[in-house]
Design a binder for this molecule. Sequence first.
Ligand SMILES: [Zn+2]
Length: 333
Amino acid sequence: MVNWLNYRLLILALPLFLFFSFEQKKALPWGFVGHKQINRLAIFTLPPELFGFYKTHIEFITDHSVDPDKRRYTVEGEAECHYIDLDHYYFLADSMYTLLETPWNKASTYFTEDTLKAYGIVPWHIQLMKYKLQKAFEQKNVDLILKYSSEIGHYIADAHVPLHTTQNYNGQLTNQKGIHGLWESRLVELYQNDYQFFVGKSQYIENLNSYIWSVVRESHAALDTVFKMEIEASNRIGYANKYSIEQRGNQTLKTYSKDFCHTYHQLMGNMVERRMRQAILAIGSIWQTAWIDAGQPDLNSLLTQKPHLSELEHLNQLNQEDPTSIHGGRICD
Ligand SMILES: [Zn+2]
């Protein structure tokens, strides 16, 4: 069974000396808790023509929201689909940078596929997934509609995380190691019950390429606050009070203290909530856009179809994989 404790924030075992080693094994984007919540709530942004179908499959779409993270350590080519290091491209003149924010064929002609993949491809991967979802709608293929709807939700949510747009994705370059899991897992788990998730209705997106690029630019623009406020919160709380030991089941964990999290969360204003809300609306809107671009097929005629067993077996297989056994991409450590 999936348990967020297992995918890490700072998993630590006694004896006590390990307390000071402060190991972070890997932080998964938004944590599994955040991804599931975001996919689930996106369903409630949809118009009636889509809502019935998606609501029928709400558990599937919730559970499968985390599939891309489960395979990112074992499937070659998966890891780079979850981020883009925008700071790698700072050296570009404006005239060249505009070529980056173009569809894949054009951008890869100028920058080469290898370069783009080396620094992350999430803006283009979302567009590819939208195309696949549109084709699945055209074919009225329930398995594929559910698979691509679930998975595109994951990548869209990742694109809303500021730390998914930088080479300093875990604060490793600024002595803030652990900030990745802090921002997207620890804070979400502590405070999401206080968030207001009525985000309005999904909307058709005329130009998906420019929409997605504006999402990652907004994420990137928030980084300054993400890093600065972590330092400010550390100064206010003091190192001695920054971390605490928590007991979860039979595990003893060292993690960021609740006092520190509270201060950091407040100093960032409503950033975490705002990025979650925008991710929810973006997912609903991109599902709706794919459906409209597919010619608005009647989904009510598919309501009696269940996902095939093969899809469910696929989920079980992913659950049994040890995501740390093979490293197929970078790990947030
Ligand atoms: Zn991810």
